[in-house]
Every structure is written in structure tokens, then in C-alpha cells.
Design a protein around this ligand. Structure first.
Ligand SMILES: Cc1cc2nc3c(=O)[nH]c(=O)nc-3n(C[C@H](O)[C@H](O)[C@H](O)COP(=O)(O)OP(=O)(O)OC[C@H]3O[C@@H](n4cnc5c(N)ncnc54)[C@H](O)[C@@H]3O)c2cc1C
Length: 381
């Protein structure tokens, strides 16, 4: 029985996504991790079966579904066994295209959203800078008003899909004023003069995804590439964060589910001292605790998702779900590694990769410390 808010229809979609992941992603994940890159063809394959446009209307080439359909996809992607693949796809569907759908003009939707749903243009979201991460209001990339648009100077860092992105939904300052008032969003395109990828970044995990530093030197951005209202970009950031964080929570629920299944299987097969290790109480208890982390994270996440789908603005619930699942996912992966013994430390079992990939969760999309700050404020502190 599907758990609410999911229905039988979502379960059917889940089975078809699971088959796609097993056929098109999982067999190649080790190769892509080694190559530090997954091919753009993955986006084409996802587009061909409609997975890049699940939540978008048919008139833009989407499937006419909603965020619940995307939620199923996000939960299933970890079964590919590569956080980097999930991140690259998630960067595109989860944080780059939603603001265009929500705040873009019709012309921008035709120019960016339609090809993004077809997998023809790949998107990224550029907010973080070398001197501004958690403190988003401290960004310094400056867009100076000129005739017909803006001239942008500055840089962005840690940008997922940064190497391959055709367009970057970029946060800039459109006034010299401090704080969050003068932030706007511009759509920067890779062939604009003065736009360059300055560095490919090497990471602890998420190896198959490309993470880059971007540099903007006197990049002219025309008027029609302003996304949303000028100087109201902070609102766009906050709106985007809710789905990003909920999506991260869903990804971790999916990941914990997959890890638990594999670990139980291993614990029933692997024998030590005359019986399967899962029959030793210490291991059984570890697995019991992993299951509690999974199910409590799922309960918080699905509650936030239900509220989100009902049109509430569930800031507290989304923040709790993000905080709880990200740390727990890393701990669950680490316990799985312990239960696998020496095999857990070996590359071929993929558990070490899952643990490395999961370590990003408490940092990306807003750190654990920032989640606690937000939660504290919701209690009037
Ligand atoms: C692999 C990867 C992919 C990413 N992808 C993207 C992307 O696609 N687009 C994008 O824009 N960004 C992206 N990021 C950036 C990510 O969102 C930031 O790393 C994150 O928000 C934290 O910012 P920071 O790294 O500058 O850390 P800082 O803000 O410098 O924080 C450093 C430490 O101080 C703590 N801290 C900061 N402020 C407070 C406070 N008020 N109280 C208590 N503690 C505090 C933090 O929690 C953290 O522990 C990515 C990062 C990584 C690692």
C-alpha cells in the first residue's frame, strides 16, 4: 500500500522509474564515478521517457504532473548508486528549472524551460560565491545597469552542473546597497562573452557530477534575461529553497531505504562465528536503529510534502525534514559500512561511495547549523 501522499498511480510511476534506473543508470555508475563525469546523453534518455518534465504542463513538453511525481523520481534516483548522478539530474530539475517555471516570462519559458525539459539545454543554479555561502545576502557579483540590460562582474563557486550548464540562473546584486534588498536573478548563458568556467572542482564524493567555479568579466546580459522582478531576488531564493530542501530530504529517504535493503541482505548472507552476522544481537540492533532513522525521516518528510502539496508554506516542517534526514543518511551509510566490514571499505561494494556522497547532505542546500537557526526563529527565538 502506498503511503500518503502517494497513491497507486505514483507507485506505478515508481516501478517504471526503478526499471529505468536499473537499466540505464546503475550499470554505468562506477564508470561515471571513475571518469568524474556522466554523459549528457543521460539527460536525453531521461527526457525521452518524460522524466525531466514530470511536474510541468504538457504545453511546455512536460507530462502534466506535479511535484509528487518529481518526488517519486527523486526518491528512486539513489538506486543508481551514485550521488553525483542524482545531483546532476537534481540540479537541473530541482533547482535550475523551477524558478524559470515560477517566475519566468512566456518568452523565457520557451527559450529555456522547453529545451530543458527536452534535455537539449542543461541548467544550473548559481548563488554561492567564494565569500558568500550561508550568508546569501553577502553576495558580491555586481550587475551594473547599462543601455538594454546589465554588465555583470563577479564569480560563483561550488556550482553543480557548472561545467556543462548551457544556462545558469544567477543571483547578482543590482544595487550597491548592502543586505538582501538589491538581489536580482539573471539568466546567464554559456556563450555570452566574458562568461567562463574558471575551474573544475575535485570533491570528496559526488564524483560523477561536475562542480565548478564560474567567472564573469564584463558579461553583457540583455534586459529579457532578467528572471522575476528586479531587486526581488531574495524572495526567489527563499521560494526555491523550500523545494530544494524537501527534494534533498526525499533523496535521503530513498537513499536510506536502498542502503537498508542492501545491508539486511548482506547481514543475512555473510556468516561469522557459525551464523549470519544479522543473527548477532549487536548487528541486529544496528539495523533496527537504521530502520528507525529511515522511518522517522520518512514520516517528517512525507508530512512536509503533504503540506507543501496542499499549498501551505511549511517552512518549519521542510527545515526539520532536511535537518533530520541529511545527518541520519550519513550515519546510516556509515553503519552500513561497519556492518559490511572490510568489504564496506572496498570500492566494489559501493558502500564507501554512498557514505562519501551522503556527507554532502548536512552542508549543501543550507547547512545543519543554518537549518537550526531557521527552526529557532520559527519558535520566536
Ligand atoms: C558539492 C556541492 C555542490 C553545491 N552546489 C551548489 C549549487 O549548485 N549552487 C549553489 O549556489 N551552491 C552550491 N553549493 C554551495 C552550498 O550551498 C554551500 O556550500 C552551503 O550553503 C554552505 O556555504 P559555505 O560553503 O560558504 O559555508 P559557510 O557559509 O562559510 O559556513 C562555514 C561553516 O560555518 C557555519 N555557519 C555559517 N553561518 C553560521 C551561523 N549563523 N551560525 C552557526 N554556524 C554558521 C556553517 O554551518 C558551516 O559549518 C554546493 C556545495 C557543494 C559542496
Amino acid at each position: 500500500m502506498p503511503l500518503p501522499p502517494f497513491t497507486d498511480e505514483h507507485e506505478e510511476l515508481r516501478q517504471s522509474i526503478r526499471r529505468f534506473v536499473a537499466r540505464e543508470l546503475r550499470p554505468y555508475s562506477q564508470q561515471w564515478e571513475d571518469e568524474r563525469w556522466f554523459p549528457n546523453e543521460v539527460f536525453h534518455k531521461l527526457a525521452a521517457v518524460g522524466f525531466l518534465g514530470l511536474k510541468y504542463p504538457e504545453e511546455y513538453g512536460g507530462e502534466g504532473g506535479d511535484h509528487l511525481h518529481d518526488a517519486v523520481l527523486i526518491e528512486e534516483l539513489p538506486r543508481a548508486g551514485s550521488g553525483g548522478v542524482s545531483a546532476g539530474i537534481g540540479g537541473h530539475i530541482g533547482i535550475a528549472t523551477p524558478p524559470i517555471w515560477k517566475f519566468g516570462t512566456e518568452e523565457q519559458k520557451q527559450r529555456f524551460l522547453v529545451p530543458a525539459i527536452q534535455g537539449e539545454k542543461i541548467g544550473a543554479l548559481g548563488i554561492t560565491e567564494p565569500d558568500a555561502g550561508s550568508d546569501v545576502a553577502a553576495i558580491r557579483t555586481l550587475a551594473r545597469r547599462v543601455d538594454g540590460g546589465w554588465v555583470v562582474n563577479g564569480s560563483k563557486t561550488f556550482i553543480t552542473n557548472g561545467m556543462r550548464a548551457d544556462f545558469v540562473v544567477t543571483a547578482v546584486k543590482t544595487t550597491e546597497e548592502g543586505g538582501h534588498h538589491g538581489i536580482s536573478f539573471l539568466l546567464l548563458e554559456k556563450d555570452m562573452e566574458g562568461y567562463s568556467v574558471s575551474k573544475k572542482l575535485e570533491k570528496m564524493g559526488w564524483h560523477a557530477s561536475d562542480t565548478a567555479e564560474l567567472s564573469f568579466q564584463d558579461v553583457f546580459v540583455p534586459e529579457e534575461n532578467l528572471l522575476g522582478e528586479e531587486n526581488r531576488g531574495f524572495y526567489l531564493i527563499m521560494a526555491n529553497f523550500q523545494w530544494e530542501r524537501l527534494a534533498m530530504a526525499l533523496g535521503s529517504v530513498g537513499s536510506m531505504q536502498a542502503i537498508l535493503e542492501r545491508t539486511i541482505e548482506f547481514a543475512l548472507e555473510r556468516e561469522a562465528f557459525g551464523r549470519p552476522i544479522g543473527k548477532h544481537q549487536a548487528i541486529r540492533h544496528k539495523i533496527a536503529e537504521m530502520a528507525v532513522k529511515l522511518e522517522s525521516g520518512r514520516a517528517l518528510t512525507y508530512d512536509a510534502l503533504r503540506r507543501f502539496m496542499q499549498g501551505e508554506e511549511p517552512l518549519r516542517e521542510v527545515t526539520m525534514a532536511k535537518l533530520k534526514t541529511q545527518r541520519d543518511c550519513f550515519e546510516v551509510a556509515d553503519e552500513a559500512l561497519q556492518i559490511h566490514g572490510g568489504a564496506g571499505y572496498m570500492k566494489e561494494y559501493e558502500i564507501e561511495r554512498v557514505a562519501r556522497d551522503a556527507r554532502l547532505g548536512p552542508i549543501g542546500g543550507g547547512t545543519d547549523e543554518i537549518m537550526k537557526e531557521i527552526l529557532g526563529k520559527t519558535y520566536g527565538l
